[in-house]
Every structure is written in C-alpha cells, then in structure tokens.
Ligand binder design. Structure first.
Ligand code: NDP
Length: 287
C-alpha cells in the first residue's frame, strides 16, 4: 500500500502545537512572537501567498504585521524600513515577499535582513551556513520536505536522492539538507541528458520543475518515495503538481499529494522558525 505523505495533517498538528505554546507564553506574561511580512506592489500571486501567511500567523496567535508598500517605493526607503525592523526587539521574523519590482536589487534586500530574523532562510549568510553545516534559518520548502519525510520515518541515510530543479529556493538548498541526512544526492535540470536514466535510480525522487504532471510512472523506480513540490494549473485550471499523481501512485511506496503535501509544510516551517527565534529571545529555546 502506498503511504500518502499528508503534509496538511502534519502542518495542522504542528500549527496547533505552536498555538498551544503561544497560549502558554501569554499565560506566563511573555511577549508573543511577531512576524513582519513586507509586500511590495499588487502582484496577485504574492498577495495570495502573503494572505495565507497572515492567516496562519494569526491562527497560531502570533502578532502578525503585514507592511504593504507601494510599487514605486525607492530601494533606499525599503532598506531603511527593513533596518527599523532589524532594530526592533519585539520583531522575531522578517520576510520580504519575492519577486521584487525590477528597480529593487533582490540581493541587497536579502542582505539587509538581520540573518537571525531571516525566517525565509534566504540571507546569503544562512545560505552559506547551510553549505557548511547548520544555519540559524533554513529555506522553508526544503525544510518542510525533510520534516515531512522524517515524520513518516523515511530513512534518508545511504539512499539515492534525485532532485529535479535547481532553483535557489528549493533544489539547491535541498541538496545540502539531504547531504546532512547522509543521502547520496543527484541534481537534474533542463539541460540534463537522459533525465529518465537519473530518475529511475532514485530511492527518493523530488520534483521541483514547475511543469504540470511532467513526471509519469515511466520516470519512477518501483517502490520509490516521490516528493512533488510543483504547484501548477492544468488545462482545466485545477491545481496539480509536477507529478502525474494517479499514474505514479500504484508504483511507489510513498508520495506527497498536491494540494496537501509540501505546500502546507512550507508555511508551517516559516511559523516554526519565527517561534524558534522568539524562543531564543525569551530564553525558552528547545533542546
Ligand atoms: P524554477 O522555475 O525556479 O526552477 C525550475 C527548475 O526546473 C529549473 O532548475 C529548471 O532547469 C528545471 N526544469 C524545468 N524544465 C525541466 C525539464 N523539462 N527537465 C528537467 N528540469 C527542468 O522553479 P521553483 O523551484 O521556484 O519552483 C518549482 C515548482 O515548485 C513550481 O511549480 C512552483 O510553483 C513550486 N513551488 C512550490 C512551493 C511549495 O511550497 N509547494 C514552494 C516553491 C515552489 P534550469 O535551471 O535548467 O532552467
């Protein structure tokens, strides 16, 4: 029987635990964790992502601040707003929703966020720390994938992991997290020759491609674990992953659904990292 790696269920459980912890903090008279999300402009997808983050933060009981800025904001003004949140001891997490308008340099913005408050895990210092070991903050999507696999006791040590997609937010950081779990990692992309030759060797196959239902059963080894990161609209407008779920399902030992797999975990890791920074502030850091 194929195990469905239910990210929604785990995310709900983790968010409930966080909510209980926040209630305990309130009862103890501690300051509750604060997450600041900065949204620039009117991009409709970004607005939806920010709304979802706000909803989760509020449900948990965080102090949730969404700072909406006009698309014409000058880079220097954005940088000084970020700096004011860096200096504010009541703020635990700062996230600037990407993509940014063209006149703003993304690297400068990511560098401006205090790495200790970089709950998205995209600050170059955290990226570098991930390369050499364990950063303060992890990029949330790969962190969510590892958390989901561990929750289901899926062993990664010694396993062959093939990741398709080399973006800075998913594929590249996941290489290091999988290496930290002692997996043997291959990364594939659009220039990879004979993609199937690679994917058919995978004990764990991660698809982060951005193409609806690209991975069919002929790409997948019998009994493999499949993680589908993709979020795409098919021709009927339905949300689907990068994996053809129904085709692949009977062949694999475990699979993440879309929706309800990696997506809810991503947002939950954002909340977990905000809480963790709050725990440090309050001296309640978990072992
Ligand atoms: P990018 O577009 O940044 O990267 C896509 C990657 O896939 C690239 O490395 C590209 O190769 C590779 N690729 C594209 N076509 C092929 C192909 N035919 N064969 C092999 N490799 C290919 O995407 P993201 O990493 O940002 O996102 C990937 C998917 O995951 C999207 O559907 C996105 O919506 C989703 N996503 C979901 C999240 C979640 O929380 N569930 C979070 C983040 C993303 P090359 O580098 O050569 O161009």
């Amino acid at each position: 029987m194929t195990v469905i790696l239910d990210g929604k269920a785990l995310a709900n459980k983790m968010q409930e635990d966080l909510a209980n912890e926040v209630t305990e903090w309130k009862n103890k008279g501690y300051r509750i964790p604060t997450l600041v999300v900065i949204l620039i402009g009117e991009d409709s997808a970004s607005k939806v992502y920010v709304k979802n983050k706000e909803k989760s933060a509020q449900k948990i009981g965080f102090n949730s601040i969404v700072r909406r800025l006009d698309i014409t904001i000058k880079e220097e003004d954005l940088l000084s707003i970020i700096e004011s949140y860096n200096q504010d001891d009541s703020v635990d997490g700062i996230l600037v929703q990407l993509p940014l308008p063209k006149h703003i340099d993304e690297e400068k913005v990511l560098l401006a966020i205090d790495p200790r408050k970089d709950v998205d895990g995209f600050h170059p210092l955290n990226v570098g720390k991930l390369f050499v070991g364990d950063p303060d903050m992890h990029p949330c999507t790969p962190y969510g994938i590892i958390t989901l696999l561990k929750e289901h006791n899926i062993q990664l040590a010694g396993k062959k992991v093939v990741i398709i997609g080399r973006s800075n937010i998913v594929g590249k950081p996941l290489i290091h997290m999988m290496l930290n779990e002692d997996a043997t990692v291959t990364i594939a992309h659009s220039k990879t020759k004979n993609l199937k030759n690679e994917t058919l060797t995978a004990d764990v196959l991660v698809a982060a491609i951005g193409q609806a239902e690209f991975i069919t059963s002929d790409y997948v080894k019998e009994g493999a674990v499949v993680v589908d990161v993709g979020m795409n609209r098919n021709s009927e407008g339905k949300l689907v992953g990068d994996v053809d779920y129904q085709d692949v399902l009977p062949k694999v030992s475990a699979i993440t659904p879309v929706p309800g797999g990696v997506g809810p975990m991503t947002i939950t890791m954002l909340m977990e990292q905000t809480m963790n920074q709050g725990r440090k502030y309050c001296g309640e850091e978990k072992e």
